[in-house]
Ligand binder design. Sequence first.
Ligand SMILES: [Mn+2]
Length: 342
Amino acid sequence: MISKNSINSLEFEKNIKQCNELINKSRKFILTTHVNPDGDAIGSELAMYHFLLSIGKQVTMINYSPTPDNYKFLSGSEVISTFEENIYNDEIENADIIFVLDLNDSSRLKSFEKYVLSSKAKKIVIDHHLEPVPFADLYIVDSEACSTGEILYTIFNKYPEFKIIKDIASALYTAIMTDTGSFRFPRTDSYVHEIISELLNSGADPVNIYEEVYNRVPMNTMRLLGKAYASMELHHAGKLCLMTIPREFFGETQTNEYDVENFVEHSLSINGAVMGILITEIPSRSEYRLSFRSKGNISVRELALEFNGGGHFHAAGARIFDSDLNTTKSIIIEKANKYLSI
Ligand SMILES: [Mn+2]
């Protein structure tokens, strides 16, 4: 068994112990994760599902959003329910524990939130984001972890009889691969690679998982990406790369605003660009979605806060309403300058 170089605090260790005690004495579990789930959300949820099944527990998975198609290859994804009002009252009523994975603010559960909060089940958050908004009974949070999947691996390994089966290995591999940007984001440390080594030894197939997750892009989405590439502009001596998707792009490519996920990452591939911004004009209403990315010592969090958004040091987002594209662009370019000149 491997462990992280004493980075985990005593508090974290104590919380894991408490979590495992609660798991031992409970029978019925609900697992959930955030709206618009990503690979870490779905992968973590399914890893926990298979883990709990392997120790004889009863588990129901309920998410606000449907599972994205590219995660449906994961075993167990076929039994994830999409939340509907009043359908799951019995499960929620009878649950002993609700695990809330990969989020730390219950508003990200959308309309499922009020059911989770009013349940008498113990709520346990397992997450790696900063600044939790209190709502649960127990928090297992490590903001240094690359993913929720990494924390789950640590938790499972505290179980003396734990053995990674292939379904758990594939789910955790998916969680870690996606949240590390395929092992290149800053928190990709040797511990992460040691975990990955063990997941591969337990049957996770890196070629197949990458293929399923990333090489399933519909042609229409690729055409939209082509237009987004063509929209790239450099500002502030090439340090800012701006991409713009006006609403007519969606009609021209038969796509919608959900198809732009991860597009902004491409902006940081430009030589010399340290900040990338994607402006997406929402087709149906007067709203602009702003996605920010940065690298090195350049933060985009404060820039996002200026537009009442938020996020992390290197990845953040915000929305602007009732404006027009040109005004939105010039305001953003101007405001970004301050954060580039550190
Ligand atoms: Mn995550």
